[in-house]
Design a protein around this ligand. Structure first.
Ligand SMILES: Nc1ncnc2c1ncn2[C@@H]1O[C@H](COP(=O)(O)OP(=O)(O)O)[C@@H](O)[C@H]1O
Ligand SMILES: O=P(O)(O)OC[C@H]1O[C@](O)(COP(=O)(O)O)[C@@H](O)[C@@H]1O
Ligand SMILES: [Mg+2]
Length: 923
């Protein structure tokens, strides 16, 4: 594959780079084309913004970073297509409006906050009726299809497409394709008239039915051709829009006079660029009912713990917004922000604290949160639905059981657990009033766009004005937006006293939540307290579990269930004989069989019983293994004097572990005298151990295996590296320096800017990602120094823009929410800055879709490598096949790196096909 014509430094496909809005008739465009973001490759319309056959003077002039994210038009491949006057010209309703038609030069700025001299950024064509249309009304044969999951408002969109086509353009021939994409070739169509759809907006779901999978581009386009359909309206989420892009591409290949319009649908609100997705408001509103119910339940009992699971596969918008709206929620867990259960700052500790303060706690949980824990715990393979989406395991059940086990068994605190899963109930309701209006605008925008000859586009509001957006432009931005959100608002404490919020799509959603709680902070950020070696928690001593730890030590069968302990007496891996009565193991305090479905769920998932729901057995087995009954309860995990485990070392660790639990238990009066008397001694030991470890870390570099205990010592700097850093018990994301995760729009998109402002804009865009604007930042090194200086003195900043942010940072520090705390810089943070800088280096490769060469990798430390792999994996997981460019770096652009993820293949097939059409050739 020859990729010499591709310039990988510019990731933006098919865009025009124009002069500012006040000089539209001058146009200049770059020939640097990269195919990263778009699902579609289509020729650039080099003429101008006009699709009205009005010639506009083209001139090569200096641009100032104005980018038009243009949408394809039928005249791109059917240049002689005739135009007709828009029938709206004669419509009574429109005749009274002054500016009936959208000017071809109207565009919407994605960035509404700009600085003098900064690049203008991305713009989109304004949606709305055009003066000329490319279809005769009587010749239009439209069809509507709905795909993917349900969402409130789908029926409203269907209704308004039908009514819009009919009322505004006099179109009478509209078909409904039943059952999603597969319906094109496997089902009859249904006729849609204004009368038929008149009442459907009052119903949830979709009257056309929906499905996942079954997308066969050729069969679908054959069917479109056979039926003489010339306008296709496709309502669906990210998967559906990819399918729409494929259809549009095939239509173009066959040179058909068919307009393909997408209406983005997702209850998860994970589509970037647009302000929000339809049905989202309704979902948040509906979620209130579940949260209210949970709150009422738990405040009516003693030690009530309510868990409400809401939808959100990869993003936690519903959970976050429902939480913010409710004010009854103590903690909100979302997929973008890892959490942990045990140890300092863990969820258990927080729940206990809230129970103590408030006697009840409400947790809202997005279904995608903590999936890695659940699948590990349930020992289940990741399954996929027909569309290839990851099937989620029930994190709500898992968490319910985990918390229940922890408090009843470990803490000996009886709790009243109430778990509510309203997910499908929320999705199935009809859209509310404001969503109905929104759906109507979306539908009408789509109709106007298709009539105007655009094809391969989606619609949606950008800064509250509706726009036409190229399909696929959304994909890179989703995570960045949610990431930003999550870094700042992971956990809302019940009595949030004030919060600073700013909702601005240009910058993503920035939401900082603060509480009036004083953060308990140790002088050294290295965790001082050894924690239980849980599956997911990396030990505070820098130990990482190795396979050796998983060797079976004791196996025992109790009541038909078999459990094993590993050498450190940790967890049980359990199997269950058929027909075992789990009621023995799952009873509430009244002796009633627990209503939770975890037992059956667990065995459903893997055929074997996983850790939850079986704590009695676990206890039995560990008791046998360790010789006392405080194994899993009190964290005495190291077996003494057996299997090569050093007795003294084991004693020491056990003593530390007991001490930890004594400390954490002191509020619940479970500690023992002997533990008390040993406390100081244990602390001293612990400090000593920590110092030794620190020294040994310096000595060993990045990695070392401790022969004695089989642990691999990993030098994770402060809080760990790669994925593991999030599992560290004391990990607190530093929002200030956070560079992890895909970049936010702007930063991630590598906005084109003229050379003279390039450096400056780079600073700005990268700062968007960190939520702290440092527009005058000179270079990373200097900035790092500034950050440190600024943090030492809130008012002493030399940099104006920086100091404004600094006030917020200082405020955060003073009243930090421990789940998203910013802290004073210490030596560890300096190393974090270094880490951040390193990660910035890695970001460059990701942004350029470039695989590092062996030589380049040699200069990378373990964290950089892990970070690179994680970002690549993350993007592949999200189905961003085109994200990772497999061309090797530097001059060897001819080569395509083939890997077993199929990414290179995907790139070749999906994107490089644009070559030969004038799209990809340089000038
Ligand atoms: N990459 C893709 N290319 C073509 N069609 C796709 C693609 N991904 C998903 N689809 C199709 O889109 C439809 C809906 O996708 P799905 O992911 O289930 O829901 P949603 O569109 O709501 O995200 C399915 O029929 C599926 O086959
Ligand atoms: O309807 P299903 O197949 O159970 O899928 C549930 C999923 O659908 C959603 O509601 C929406 O997902 P899509 O937008 O991809 O259709 C997710 O929140 C949820 O995880
Ligand atoms: Mg989807």
């Amino acid at each position: 594959m020859n990729l010499t014509n591709l310039n990988f430094s510019n990731p933006f496909p098919s865009r025009l780079f124009l002069k500012p809005i006040n000089s539209f008739k001058y146009i200049t465009f770059k020939h640097q084309i990269n195919i990263k973001n778009s699902f579609i490759t289509h020729p650039i319309r080099a003429q101008s913004l006009s699709h009205d056959n009005t010639p506009i003077e083209i001139d090569e002039v200096e641009d100032d970073g104005f980018v038009l994210e243009d949408v394809p038009h039928l005249t791109n491949f059917l240049p002689d297509l005739p135009t007709y006057p828009n029938p709206l010209e004669y419509s009574q309703a429109y005749a009274i409006v002054k500016n009936t038609f959208v000017s071809p030069e109207d565009v919407l700025a994605q960035q509404i906050v700009v600085q003098k001299g900064s690049p203008r950024g991305a713009h989109f064509r304004r949606a709305g009726p055009r003066k000329k249309v490319y279809f005769k009304s009587e010749e239009v044969k439209a069809c509507i299809v709905t795909c993917g999951g349900l969402c409130p408002g789908i029926n409203t969109v269907i209704r308004e497409i039908v009514c819009g086509l009919n009322n505004m353009y006099g179109v009478n021939n509209i078909l409904g394709i039943e059952g999603g994409y597969r319906g094109f070739y496997s089902k009859n169509t249904m006729e849609l008239t204004p009368k038929i759809v008149n009442d459907i907006h009052k119903r949830g779901g979709t009257i056309l039915q929906t499905s996942r999978g079954g997308h066969d581009t050729n069969k679908i386009v054959d069917n479109i051709q056979d039926r003489g359909i010339n306008q296709v309206y496709i309502i669906g989420g990210d998967g559906t829009q990819k399918g729409a892009a494929a259809i549009s591409k095939e239509v173009e290949r066959r040179r058909l006079h068919v307009a393909v319009a997408g209406i983005p649908k997702t209850i998860d609100n994970d589509i970037a660029v647009i302000d929000k997705s339809f049905g989202f408001d309704t979902a948040v509103e509906e979620a209130q009912r579940a949260i209210n119910a949970a709150h009422v339940e738990v405040e009516s009992v003693d030690n009530g713990v309510g868990i409400v699971k809401l939808m959100g596969r990869y993003s936690g918008f519903i959970a976050m917004f429902a939480t913010l709206a409710s004010r009854d929620v103590d903690c909100c867990l979302i997929p973008e922000s890892p959490f942990y259960l045990e140890g300092e700052g863990g969820l258990y500790e927080y729940v206990q604290q809230r129970l103590k303060e408030n006697r009840h706690v409400v947790i809202v949980l997005a279904e995608g949160a903590g999936q890695e824990y659940v699948s590990e715990s349930a020992n289940a393979n990741v399954e996929k639905d027909a569309s290839g989406n990851k099937l989620l395991l029930d994190v709500g059940l898992w968490l319910t059981q985990k918390i229940k086990d922890h408090f009843t068994t470990v803490k000996k605190i009886p709790i009243n657990m109430k778990y509510i899963d309203p997910t499908y109930m929320i999705r199935a309701v009809p859209s509310n009033a404001s969503d109905n209006i929104y759906c109507t605008l979306l539908a009408q925008s789509a109709v106007h766009g298709a009539m105007a000859g655009y094809s391969g586009f989606t619609v949606g509001p950008v800064n509250s004005r509706h726009a036409y957006i190229p399909i696929g432009i959304q994909e890179n931005l989703v995570v960045a937006v949610t990431w930003l959100l999550s870094r700042h608002a992971t956990c809302l404490e019940g009595h949030v006293t004030y919060w600073y919020g700013k909702i601005d799509r240009t910058d993503g959603l920035l939401l900082v939540v603060m509480t009036n709680k004083k953060k308990q902070r140790t002088s050294n950020r290295t965790p001082r307290v050894p924690v239980r070696f849980d599956d997911h928690v990396v030990s505070s001593l820098g130990h990482k579990r190795t396979q050796k730890d998983d060797e079976v030590h004791v196996k025992k069968t109790v009541n038909g269930c078999t459990g094993e302990t590993d050498k450190i007496g940790k967890t049980c891996v359990l199997e269950r004989e058929e027909n075992v009565d789990n009621t023995v193991l799952n009873k509430d305090v009244s002796g009633n069989k627990s209503n939770n479905k975890e037992t059956s769920k667990t065995s459903d998932v893997s055929g074997s019983l996983s850790q939850y729901g079986i704590t009695e057995l676990e206890k039995e087995v560990v008791k046998e293994a360790v010789g006392c009954d405080n194994g899993p309860d009190k964290g005495a995990h190291m077996d003494v004097g057996e299997d090569g485990v050093d007795k003294n070392e084991a004693e020491k660790v056990n003593s530390e572990l007991r001490d930890v639990h004594a400390n954490t238990d002191n509020e619940t009066a479970v500690k023992t005298d002997s533990v008390n008397s040993n406390k100081e001694e244990a602390n001293a030991k612990e400090d000593k151990t920590k110092k030794e470890k620190d020294v040994s870390r310096e000595d060993v570099g990045n990695k070392q295996v401790n022969e004695e205990d089989g642990f691999e010592v990993v030098n994770y700097k402060k809080n760990g590296g790669g994925e593991e850093r999030f599992k560290k018990p004391n990990y607190k994301p530093n929002t200030q320096t956070q560079k992890f995760g895909p970049k936010k729009q702007g930063a991630g998109k590598e906005m084109y800017v003229p050379k003279n402002v390039q450096n400056k804009s780079k600073e700005v865009s990268s700062e968007v990602n960190t939520s702290v604007a440092t527009p005058q930042k000179e270079n990373t090194k200097e900035n790092a120094q500034n950050k440190i200086d600024v943090n030492k003195s809130a008012s002493g900043s030399k940099k104006k823009a920086w100091s404004v942010q600094n006030e917020i940072l200082e405020a955060l520090r003073r009243s930090a929410n421990k789940y998203s705390a910013l802290e004073t810089y210490d030596e560890n943070e300096i190393s974090e800055l270094q880490e951040m800088k390193n990660r910035e280096k890695v970001d460059v490769f990701i942004e350029q879709n470039r695989k590092p060469t062996d030589d380049e990798i040699k200069g990378w430390n373990i964290d950089m490598q892990a970070y690179y792999n994680q970002r690549v994996k993350h993007m592949v997981d999200k189905g961003k096949k085109s994200v990772v460019n497999m061309a090797t770096s530097g001059a060897e652009k001819d080569d395509v790196y083939e890997d077993n993820t199929g990414i290179a293949k995907c790139m070749k097939e999906e994107n490089v096909k644009g070559m030969g059409k004038g799209v990809l050739e340089g000038n």
